[in-house]
Design a protein around this ligand. Sequence first.
Ligand SMILES: [Zn+2]
Length: 473
Amino acid sequence: MDEYEIINSFQKEESTFSGLEDKNGEEFLGVEGKLSDEFGKPIGKHSSGKIFPKNVKTVYKLKEIFSWLEPEATKGKPSFGFGDRIGLATPGHIRAVENFDVFPVFAQQSIREMTRTNRKPEAVLTDAVWGVFREGYKNGFGADADHLKTKEDVEKTANAGFKMFTCDPGDFVNNVQDMDEDSVYKSFKKIPESDDLLLKYEDEVYKSENFEFKFNEEDVIQAAVKYYDAIEHAGRMFKWVEENINGEFEYEISVDETAYLTSPKEHIFIVRELLDRNIDFDNLALRFVGEFEKGIDYKGDLSEFISEFKIHSEISQKLGSYKLSLHSGSDKFSIYPVFRDIIPERFHVKTAGTNYLEALRVIADREPDLFEKIFDFSLENFEKERETYHISLNINDVVTLSEFDSNDYSESLNRDSIRQVLHVNYGAVLTAKDNSGEFKFYDDIIEILRENKYLHYKYLNKHLSKHLEKLTE
Ligand SMILES: [Zn+2]
């Protein structure tokens, strides 16, 4: 009796490599032929060869054998990031992206997400690469080390094999709006090249179809005090990436998680300063007008967003060829058509939380009791977990699960307040342990997702296709 089923098989150098699954849906690699010796000690045998566990060692070896398992830089194509915090979602993402002309970034995780879920960069990449292997997806994919802040962040993720590096210099952005005139001026004078900056920008005019901007002294001072240190940090980080990567990589700079929005003049200042430092960046994530809260649609004045966005897109076209990147891009259905219409070839969008919520949709369908427990736990922890997220929800406005039939908890996942309560708690839920040191939820979640993997893929496909449709069609 064979205890493994073959999902997919590939040949290389007279060896056969098979993705296998056991009766619980856990996946393994089977290797038959001479290359099977390269994987170390097998954990078993099967008609398809020696059996190896799906882990970092196995998958990194596999990546050396098949070049289509190596992540690439997305240079110049419209692209979409599918953050996967659990590590079982890539096959669902592949089902979605196969129908659209968008370059997928299957491994995308910020340092914050990795810390919260106790995952290492190698584990994030392993899960995505395995998903690519089991699906036989050969069209190329990216790997984004998101929201990097330090040299150590760069080294860890570069060594793990990431190809896209998102620098978050947010800690170096000064909230000039909160400073009095005197301290703004003093801060400006501390910039070594402050006088040169005034000469460089003052009376400069930037013109395009929708705008004409002329910098005055105050504009230069404000932009410099706010962003100069951040730009310097982005320059340092670019060098760290260059030192740690052989060959092509993609570099993004994100100032999206800052208190105040990025004005068009500040956008111009940031880009000119980056270019003058020869920082060859590919994407830029600005802090746009309105609220981009996690896991729900845009909140704000859409027509104001559109007119601002037109200006930002013209600036980006005039000054460089970089893409504008949308962070917290999950479920921003009213924003995607704006990106599609204005920058169809030059967008990057990042999603993460919405994928976790689709995993919970499987739990809601298949194990309503567990879903209830996860929700109650998330509600209890909401005030604590929300702190590092940009969320305006009042806990008293959260809809309770008692409003839904337990056969229909999936429906609750269409409510904004429930989505946000669950969203901010992914780290707490996935790592919570009971007094005896056992996972409270994690093992059960993994088990249910393995047993219902095709339902999980179906939900991901459906929901992410909805995103991609609005971005491209
Ligand atoms: Zn971000």
